[in-house]
Design a protein around this ligand. Structure first.
Ligand SMILES: Cc1cc2nc3c(=O)[nH]c(=O)nc-3n(C[C@H](O)[C@H](O)[C@H](O)COP(=O)(O)OP(=O)(O)OC[C@H]3O[C@@H](n4cnc5c(N)ncnc54)[C@H](O)[C@@H]3O)c2cc1C
Length: 337
């Protein structure tokens, strides 16, 4: 095992905060993963698998071993008249995988174009965008179970996917994912009815979009709305959209008729966290090195030298002000360490 010691985590997360990691190694095989975990067990050290660090905020030094997932490969394992089955290494770049499938005309994940990160992290918070969640195309996930020290393959149901959630997020750090098995469609039903996709296609005068047209439209929308982590540190949406019951929703709607919300069941409503934050006056606010992005208030940004603690404290101020005004508790989407 090639170990590095006392490395800066600045380049390893998209927030770009300069904390220290005690030990660091790259993982390119399943055997290397178990060897690294055995090493941690012997030394009684904590461990953390990371992809591109686009959903992590380090608020203090990490006193254990960071394993950078680098298992790659996209393999077609089966196909039928309608479906294509793929096994993909956890270290593959997510957008590269989406582009590969779009190019082959295999549909299902095109709405998830340009989401930063790795394939192995995609099931963790069940990544989603533009009306699609990755769970819709995941057949199974293969992982090392660090509790039982065995390799397991969990089918879609066993992954317990939910909104920005899964078994892997609930049982944090237990399952170390090495491959994800996907099933994609040869004749895809395109999903163009979400957000500004239709407007973008209309603007480009595209009436019968292909998978590539849809993917390109989403890339353009995302590029115009979200900060590029290469120039402005961030981790995408910092908060989840909260759910509340119908009685509380109706009370709030009376008081705040402009509030953006939509029903997700007979008794539950999802509120747009971005609207709540904006209504509390946070959009575009900057405090020192941290800010609430001026084009999308769900996104917190690092203007250069912010520490993870500063970003965390700023997020706490937002949570408290939303709680005081709406009596709604926001939950962080980003993994705090
Ligand atoms: C600009 C921007 C836009 C974004 N837009 C979206 C969006 O539209 N939708 C969305 O859902 N997310 C979005 N995100 C969040 C992020 O891209 C996703 O959560 C992504 O899946 C994280 O991938 P990663 O490889 O960077 O994971 P990391 O940030 O490295 O890790 C995230 C978590 O997963 C764990 N983990 C990572 N890999 C493994 C593995 N192989 N096995 C076990 N655990 C693992 C880590 O320990 C950590 O807890 C956005 C982020 C940014 C910066």
């Amino acid at each position: 095992m090639m170990l590095e010691e006392n490395i800066s985590l600045k380049q390893l997360t998209t927030f770009g905060c300069d904390e220290i990691g005690r030990y660091f190694t790259r993982i390119t095989t399943a055997a290397a993963l178990t060897e690294a975990i055995n090493w941690c067990d012997e030394k009684h050290l904590p461990f953390l698998v990371i992809g591109t660090g686009s959903n992590i905020l380090f608020t203090k030094p990490f006193e254990g071993l960071i394993l950078k997932m680098g298992i790659t490969g996209i393999n077609k394992t089966n196909e039928t008249a309608t479906d294509v089955f793929l096994t993909v290494g956890a270290g593959e770049n997510w957008h590269h995988f989406v582009s590969y499938c779009v190019q082959k005309s295999w549909g299902g994940i095109e709405n998830l174009s340009l989401i930063p990160g790795t394939v192995g992290a995609s099931p963790i918070q069940n990544i989603g965008a533009y009306g699609v969640e990755v769970q819709e195309c995941i057949e199974s996930v293969t992982a090392f179970d660090t509790h039982t020290k065995t390799w397991i393959t969990l089918n879609n149901n066993q992954c317990a996917f939910g909104y920005r959630n899964s078994l892997f997020k609930k049982e944090k750090n237990r399952y170390l994912i090495t491959t994800v098995q996907f099933v994609l469609k040869k004749q895809a039903q395109l999903r163009t009815d979400y957000g500004s996709i239709k407007e973008k296609l209309h603007e480009k005068n595209i009436k019968n979009p292909s998978l590539a047209d849809l993917s390109n439209a989403i890339i353009q929308i995302r590029t115009s709305k979200l900060p590029d982590p290469a120039t402005l540190g961030n981790a995408g949406s910092f908060f989840k959209n909260p759910s509340i019951n119908k009685i509380n929703f109706e009370k709030l709607k009376l008081k705040f008729p402009e509030m953006i919300a939509y029903p997700i069941s007979d008794d539950t409503y999802k509120l747009a966290a971005g609207w709540l934050i904006e209504d509390c006056g946070w959009k575009g606010v900057r405090k020192g090195n941290v800010g609430c992005f001026d084009k999308q208030s769900l996104v917190l940004v690092n203007y250069g030298q912010a520490t993870g603690k500063e970003i965390y404290d700023f997020s706490e101020e937002i949570i408290q002000s939303v709680l005081a005004k709406f009596d709604v508790l926001l939950e962080r989407e980003v993994n705090i360490l």
